[in-house]
Write a protein that binds this ligand. Structure first.
Ligand code: PMV
Length: 324
């Protein structure tokens, strides 16, 4: 059977960085994110006895490292469904993968829903989130809708993401500003292995439960200034751990710093906008609908026109629009 799924990327407000179980991708802390309406992956999967091997094409190319990860995931689906058929997988992102915009999150969420459904498995949202987590940690948060929490859990069966609030709870805007890569991109899975080498990681961990609790309450009450201050602190803390790992992970470029400083300047001038940054040089500007035009104008003034405006959206879903 041939099945196609569309999965949104997500932006973490409280970040996942560090695993307590490498293979099961069990995180050291819980994290909170929002699904992004305009950054997504579409994936078609077909299992057939006629195929002699798995074929994997992502954005028109067959890259060995990516393909191996997908085939490893297909093996888990085959194991679970009891099927031995090979698969054809085709996947497209509507954005440039290399910009650090969480393509593995939307990629593995779409693959999970398309592949399990194509293999005839009927899984609950919780089971899908657990499977997506095994592909890429942050992918588990792209399965449920809206504002999402991934509880770290105690075991594989209890580490999955759930909706905290539906997408229409709060119309926050995420303006994802694409910035050309800084240093050579280190895959997040390799980067996360280094967390314990940072002298600040233990300190970070000690404060995570409190941060998650506070962020949830700020989203619940739509307290934008407190929410914004917290997500900025969190992003800077994450990058402090990255920069102080051995070897250091430095994802920023000069443009990243320019945007951070511009955001602080714009706030002083009275524009309510905050930033967060994942494992890349690109910066996500978070504002409310009333600030959208002013933020776009400011971005233009500093020569930045390459951005995508997102609002909170639903989770991963099936579609009839197959890629082949
Ligand atoms: O799921 P991964 O291995 O791509 O890790 C994602 C890590 C961050 O994007 C930096 C933070 C997060 O929680 O999404």
């Amino acid at each position: 059977m041939k099945t196609t799924a569309i999965a949104p990327s997500n932006i973490a407000f409280i970040k996942y960085w560090g695993k307590r179980d490498e293979k099961l991708r069990l995180p050291t802390n819980s994290s909170i994110s929002m699904n992004l309406s305009h950054l997504f992956t579409t994936t078609t999967v077909e299992f057939s006895q006629q195929y002699r091997q798995d074929t994997v094409v992502i954005d028109g190319t067959n890259e060995r490292r990516e393909a191996e990860r997908v085939v490893g995931f297909l093996d888990q689906v085959r194991h679970r469904s009891g099927s031995a058929s090979f698969a054809r997988v085709e996947s497209v992102n509507n954005f440039d993968k290399s910009a650090g915009l969480a393509s593995s999150a939307s990629g593995f969420a779409a693959l999970t829903v398309a592949a399990t459904s194509a293999a005839g498995l009927m899984l609950s949202e919780k089971e899908l989130s657990i499977m997506a987590r095994l592909g890429s940690g942050s992918a588990c948060r792209s399965i449920p809708a809206g504002f999402v929490e991934w509880k770290k859990g105690r075991s594989s069966a209890t580490s999955y993401a759930e909706t905290l609030f539906p997408a229409d709870h709060w119309r926050l805007l995420d303006i994802a500003v694409m910035v050309g890569a800084g240093a050579k991109k280190i895959p997040t899975s390799a980067g996360q292995r280094l967390v314990w080498t940072s002298p600040f990681f233990r300190t970070r961990l000690a404060g995570m439960d409190n941060k998650n609790t506070r962020l949830k309450s700020y989203i619940k009450t739509r307290d934008f200034p407190r929410f914004g201050e917290l997500i900025e602190t969190e992003a800077l803390e994450l990058h402090t751990v990255m920069m102080t790992s051995a070897p250091p992970l430095f994802y920023w470029s000069p443009k990243t710093v320019e945007i951070i400083q511009a955001v602080w300047r714009w706030r002083q001038e009275g524009l309510p906008v905050y930033f967060t940054i994942d494992a890349g040089a690109s910066v996500h500007l978070i504002c409310q609908p009333t600030g959208q035009i002013a933020v776009k104008t400011k971005l233009k003034q500093i020569g930045l026109i390459n951005y995508v405006v997102n609002y909170p959206t639903g989770g991963t879903r099936l579609t009839d629009h197959h890629l082949f």
